[in-house]
Design a protein around this ligand. Structure first.
Ligand code: IVH
Length: 677
């Protein structure tokens, strides 16, 4: 039965609320996180729908609606000075339809000249010059205020720091990361287990917000400028102003034309729709601007966009094909990615045969299964995406997909952590792609930085059974390496020198290199500050770990799980034996000794007979390092110091409760024992 409220409820009103919320969230993901989860096309379509609905329901007007303001990239703690723009930094009205371009052109004064430009897909910047000196470089921010990122902008080679004519002007343009640099950056990030940037725009935006201009310089941004602002500007039209800026040394694109009438504008669009694919930077459309400044002033602005300009955006290319088979890839962190194997199709000039299906939920949402006809798209992202199933109402059926239950590489049953989208193989010790991944991460630049040991060499040595874990890197001999056809004597020398040098890499980087899940570079640094040696870290409690900034429950649990696995303890022991730095300098030189705090909060059971010290001596050592001795194994036991012939009852109980057995040697290392053992 319908109640009174449902009768007067209006789904379109609800839709307005829902769309506002969704678009604000997407703005945040796009501008602040640089990680959008919606395609530009979908975003633009939803924005369009919201605009239409708001027109129909004027009583629901809200000045805070995303239709009324530009998406903001401001963050509370950006670390940059926030500056108020002299002139608001607006967006552009956009369309994917040529008919709408024609409508827009038809509404302009009959004599209007149109300046046609490429729409560069980066992030906008406002450059302020005072008496010819670059004084500020401000991001769009919320359109009214932006971040001054001048130190980062000064690393961009084609932006002049001074102009000879001593002008006080403002130039606006786009900051871009060329395709080649974007691909290089993502390769590095993949090796470091950092999230990849979906496209050059996100990468450029993430880069410009870094607090490290040297890293910004290394990534190689570039720019194109397209708009001049200020008092007493030269020329009375946009095109001539751009040419003046070019003479003063600013990066102005050559792809700018003054067009007269629809045919010339369409010819420009048609030409660049094809030719843009050969450019070194990303473009996502064409910008049409009324050329004459007086006419621009006449046309004016809406709250968000100038009326004198419009962007025609290129649609992502879409093709229909058959999904033949779903296969599964195991990533180097154990994440299982389902992959669509397709009947080959041509998309944006390349043959596409495979597309990512992300995860199980993605497949279920699309409702697809093997044999279906699907739409594949290649948009701003370089990786092709399946965007929809080609619906066939006569034959529609629910997805009967059976997502795999065991790892295709090692057969281990897969697990899915609550709240995570991905299934994962938990066997990070012997699952081949995971061990190789761990090794690649271990040797990478920001970790142990071992020159010469790249992905290919690791693959090769792994296939030859010379590498099973990161510790094996320190067991490699000259002979092992030199006998490889691809390497030879000289490379073997280089690799061994790199391995030797890596032993001096500081403790916090070694901790990062170990590849404990979610322990990134910065987190590792913070952890190493609190736990200046691995001996202390391996007994850290969850409370101690979560007290560290940036370490939440999940990271703490990952660290504890890492050190609870005897196979990892074995790897750590081997690294220690090899002479890898596992403590910070002060820790190495100062506090190591026969008393310490390594066992604070630990309850330890001693069992069996020992080679180097008596049981009594071990009991004393435990106390001298802050630990507690206990005679019986219980859930409170932290670990068992296990010697030869350990009592069978104790062993059984330890197994039942999952309590680690620590050997005599491991124990002595754990407490940094100095003396004869
Ligand atoms: S003109 C007041 N010209 O597109 C008009 N914008 O979607 C100022 N963009 O925020 C913009 N290429 O970041 C203009 N040739 C071009 C452009 C361009 C890229 C960007 C710009 C703007 C966004 C709007």
């Amino acid at each position: 039965m319908m109640d009174l409220f449902s009768e007067i409820e209006n789904p379109e009103r609800d839709e307005i609320i829902a769309l506002r919320k969704e678009l604000e969230e997407q703005n945040y993901k796009y501008y602040v996180l640089n990680a959008p989860t919606m395609s530009d096309r979908e975003f633009d379509e939803k924005m369009r729908r919201l605009q239409d609905l708001e027109k129909r329901y004027p009583d629901m007007d809200d000045p805070k609606s995303p239709t009324k303001h530009v998406g903001s990239d401001l963050t509370k703690k950006s670390g940059f000075a926030t500056i108020t723009h002299r002139y608001p930094m607006l967006s552009l009205a956009n369309t994917y339809s040529r008919e709408e371009v024609v409508d827009w052109l038809n509404k302009l004064p009959a004599d209007a000249e149109i300046c046609c430009e490429l729409k560069y897909d980066g992030l906008s910047i406002s450059l302020w010059y005072e008496d010819g000196q670059l004084t500020h470089a401000v991001t769009r921010g919320d359109g009214t205020r932006g971040d001054d990122v001048i130190d980062n902008i000064k690393t961009i080679a084609n932006i002049p720091w001074t102009i000879d004519n001593k002008a006080s002007i403002e130039l606006r343009g786009e900051i871009l990361l060329p395709w080649a640099n974007f691909e290089k950056l993502n390769k590095e990030r993949e090796a470091q287990e950092e999230p990849l940037f979906a496209n050059p725009r996100n990468a450029a935006s993430g880069t410009l917000k870094l607090q490290d201009p040297r890293e910004v310089a290394r990534r190689g941004l570039t720019s194109y400028l397209y708009y001049m602002l200020g008092d007493n500007l030269p020329e009375d039209n946009h095109f001539d102003r751009l040419q003046a800026a070019k003479r003063w040394g600013f990066p102005i694109s050559d792809a700018v034309r003054v067009c007269h009438g629809i045919d010339e504008v369409m010819a420009f669009i048609n030409y660049w729709d094809v030719e843009r694919k050969n450019l070194p930077v990303a473009t996502d459309g064409i910008v049409l601007k009324v050329n004459n400044i007086a006419q621009q002033t006449e046309l004016g602005y809406t709250a968000k966009t100038p009326r004198w300009a419009i962007a025609y955006k290129f649609a992502a290319e879409r093709q229909q094909t058959t999904l033949r088979k779903i296969t599964y890839q195991v990533g180097r962190t154990g994440v299982i990615t389902p992959v669509a194997n397709l009947d080959p199709i041509q998309l944006s000039g390349t043959v596409v045969q495979r597309a990512t299906l992300h995860n199980e939920d993605f497949i279920r949402q699309l409702g697809i299964e093997e044999g279906d006809q699907v739409w594949v798209e290649k948009g701003g992202e370089i990786i092709p995406k399946i965007v929809a199933k080609v619906t066939n109402s006569l034959n529609s059926k629910l997805s009967t997909l059976n997502f795999i239950k065991t790892c295709p590489e090692c057969g281990t049953p897969l697990v899915r952590v609550e709240g995570e989208a991905a299934w994962r193989c938990p066997n990070d010790i012997t699952c081949p792609p995971q061990i190789k991944g761990k090794m690649e991460h271990f040797v990478s630049r920001k970790a142990m930085n071992i020159d010469g040991l790249g992905e290919e060499t690791i693959d090769l040595l792994f296939e030859q059974n010379l590498l099973h874990s990161i510790a094996d890197i320190y067991h490699l001999t000259h002979e092992d390496l030199a006998k490889q056809e691809r390497l030879g004597n000289k490379s073997a020398d280089n690799i061994l020198a790199g391995i030797e040098k890596s032993k001096t890499v500081p403790w916090h980087r070694v901790l990062f290199a170990l590849g404990i899940r979610m322990v990134g570079e910065t987190t590792a640094k913070k952890i190493a500050r609190v736990f200046p040696s691995i001996d202390q870290l391996q007994w850290a409690t969850k409370e101690q770990l979560t007290a560290i900034e940036d370490v939440g429950d999940q990271i703490a649990e990952n660290i504890i799980a890492y050190f609870n696995d005897i196979r990892n303890l074995d790897i750590v022991r081997q690294l220690q034996e090899a002479g890898v730095t596992l403590a910070s300098e002060s820790e190495n030189s100062g506090t190591a000794g026969n008393s310490g705090s390594q066992l604070v909060g630990k309850t330890i059971v001693i069992s069996g007979t020992f080679e180097h010290h008596s049981r009594e001596e071990y009991k004393e050592m435990i106390e001298a390092h802050g630990g507690k001795n206990s005679g019986s194994v219980s859930s409170k036991t932290s670990f068992i110091l296990a010697g030869e012939n350990m009592g069978p009852e104790k062993r059984k109980k330890a197994e039942q409760l999952g309590i680690a057995l620590v050997s005599e040697d491991e124990f002595l290392q754990m407490i940094n024992y100095v003396g004869e053992s």
